[in-house]
Design a protein. Sequence first.
Length: 176
Amino acid sequence: MANSLQLAHFGLRTRDLPTAIEWYGRALGAQVRFQNDLAAFMSFDDEHHRFVLWDDGDTGEKPENARGVDHIGFTCGGPAELAGEYERLKGLGIMPAMSVNHHFTSSIYYRDPDGNEVEITCDNMPSKAECSAFMATPAMADAMQPPFFGSEFDPEELIRLRNEGVPEQELARVGL
């Protein structure tokens, strides 16, 4: 039997609801679908809500290296689109914490106002099947070694190469 489950939404506690709403609105192009003093339900697509932000007045600091969700990833169409997302966010004054080419994907990581890690990622291979096949190889084990689980790259280099008309398959190798 095929699994019909899909990711519907996620919830984040915040210590400053208005600031979190503003950041996610700018960073993801998300719009508030419902808001009160406790929570905001937001979405960036046709889903009624992709995430909920809430502040119950009792939110404490999360210890570094605490177990639980490490990051939340959002995908885009490919390396050229990833460059475009970096450009768009940079234009809004939102700068990345880190950029990593994981071989089968490339990712730019940001921190929201509460310190949560938000990843914008793209596949570096032409199909999901090729990405899945790569994950079953020894090269995947080699690529996923700490501390960066891949190779850091400069998103400005990705923009430069995209603007020069470099093909997607070469953009996918930036940083390797």
